[in-house]
Design a protein around this ligand. Structure first.
Ligand code: COA
Length: 437
């Protein structure tokens, strides 16, 4: 029955994007679900359109709407920034919205971020007419439920990922059939230097010593959280509740280290909202009942995260000051990424019975020329996690346990895990600020 309905909604990309009007906000499906065909068709119309806001989470393909000739026609609003959009934001040609990933769906539901048109990239419908949001659910499912117009690429290459990860064709206004390979995005740079590898190994060993059999893990974005996974091969019965994961998880699943059997929320399931990964992971999660994708309204809600006993969150940071105030999304006033789920998971893991919230990063950046532990955050840096949010900080020199500690205790611990060549200077500043005396 649905087949005739399905066929009646199939149009060309050019036809579908005609609904976009000047002044609209268009939201894009994110990560490897970036709907490139629809975006390009919309950009072909740029001379007819003015002030169209294109909002999105992480995207990895360079979008045409940031090209200089598109100025005035399109302006993009990054809810999370990546390499392809960072420059435009930092040149003032695009916007950035600081917001928790748990709360974007709520802002959409409440009309704070209204969506006129959403562009999706979905799996073909099953025999009941349901299309999967594929490898990226994040905020798209909520946005599709609230957008005035829903347009979808129906992509024969999109994995059918299970969970609360479906939309019925009745809820889609226009569909554009395509066969579009997913972009591969490895989380760990394959060209890391031996020195970087040494630091990752040390951090991985330290974090492995903080993880117990039966823990439930979240891995944030960046090289460290994914690299840590390779040090967990001796663990048993680990569970996963995470907004995202990458390729590092698949080996652990196949080795039987991750069973999710001891989870106290949705046992037996890996709960996630999207992957940033390569074909290996895309193929693994296709039609796999072990994988449960849900929106970030559910996955990132700190109260839901805390329903997992022994929840361990592992995230990374750009810099931390000696009092434990953390910047993870900007380098000075230059926006680097976004809030994502870092605060959501720190708060959720901190409230979980037996939980541990970990921030881990190398002690230095730029070939040991910059200490990531600093007297004060760089001028213009945004605070991602407040002093009171932060529990454990890990570098290759050890662990600082800041929760419930005075400023003096925090300063001492953080200086101990800074790179040795910066410790004297940090101590001098700490004395100047009267944190130490
Ligand atoms: N000062 C100046 N530059 C710094 C720096 C510092 N203190 N720390 C890092 N950098 C530079 C690096 O040299 C690198 O530069 P390059 O791109 O020119 O090589 C860049 O910033 C990124 O650093 P890197 O350590 O490679 O980042 P990563 O890929 O491991 O990611 C975060 C680390 C913090 C950026 C990432 O975890 C993030 O965006 N976090 C916020 C959101 C979040 O955690 N969400 C949870 C899950 S979505």
């Amino acid at each position: 029955m649905y087949i005739s309905k399905y066929k009646s909604k199939i149009v060309s990309a050019e036809e579908a994007v005609k609904v976009v009007k000047s002044g609209d906000r268009v939201l894009l499906h994110a990560n490897s679900c970036y709907p490139e065909i629809l975006v390009n068709a919309m950009c072909d119309r740029y001379q007819e359109l003015n002030d169209v806001e294109v909002a999105h989470l992480t995207i990895f393909q360079k979008p045409r709407f940031i090209d200089p000739e598109m100025q005035g026609h399109f302006r993009h609003n990054a809810l999370f920034t990546s390499g392809v959009t960072r420059k435009a934001i930092n040149e003032g040609r695009a916007d950035f919205t600081p917001i928790f990933l748990s709360e974007i769906p709520i802002a959409i539901e409440r009309g704070v971020i209204p969506i006129d048109v959403i562009f999706l990239n979905l799996s073909p419908p099953d025999k009941h007419g349901y299309c999967s949001f594929g490898v990226s659910n994040e905020i798209s499912k909520t946005a599709a439920e609230h957008a005035k117009v829903v347009i979808a690429q129906i992509n024969s290459k999109m994995p059918r990922v299970l969970g609360d990860n479906f939309i019925h064709i009745d809820k889609i206004d226009y569909m554009v059939e395509c066969e579009q390979e997913l972009v591969d995005v490895p989380m760990v740079d394959p060209n890391i230097t031996p020195e970087e590898q040494r630091v990752y190994t040390r951090i991985g060993e330290i974090i492995a010593s903080m993880i117990k059999d039966g823990d439930t893990l979240q891995m944030g974005i960046g090289a460290i959280p994914d690299a840590v996974l390779s040090f967990l091969t001796e663990k048993k019965d680990l569970g996963i509740h995470t907004e995202m994961f990458s390729d590092g998880l698949i080996d652990l699943i196949e080795m039987g280290v991750i069973t999710c059997d001891k989870k106290t929320l949705l046992p037996g399931k890996i709960v996630a909202s999207f992957v940033i990964a390569t074909r290996k992971t895309h193929e693994y999660i296709d039609n796999n009942p072990f994988i449960e994708f849900r929106t970030t309204k559910f996955v990132n809600d700190p109260l839901n995260i805390a329903r997992n006993d022994n929840m361990v969150s592992i995230n990374s940071a750009i810099e931390v000051d000696i009092t434990g105030q953390v910047c993870s999304h900007s380098i000075g006033n230059r926006i680097y990424s976004g809030f994502g789920g870092q605060v959501d998971f720190i708060r959720g893991a901190s409230r979980s019975k037996g939980g541990r919230a970990i921030l881990a990063f190398p002690s230095t950046a730029k070939n040991d020329t910059i200490s990531k532990i600093v007297p004060t955050l760089t001028y213009g840096a945004g605070v991602t996690d407040t002093q009171a949010d932060v529990h454990y900080i890990v570098t290759e020199y050890g662990v600082a346990d800041l929760w419930g500690k005075t400023l003096r205790e925090r300063v001492k611990q953080l200086i101990q895990i800074a790179h040795p060549k910066f410790r004297d200077e940090l101590e001098k500043k700490a004395r100047e600020f009267k944190y130490l005396w």
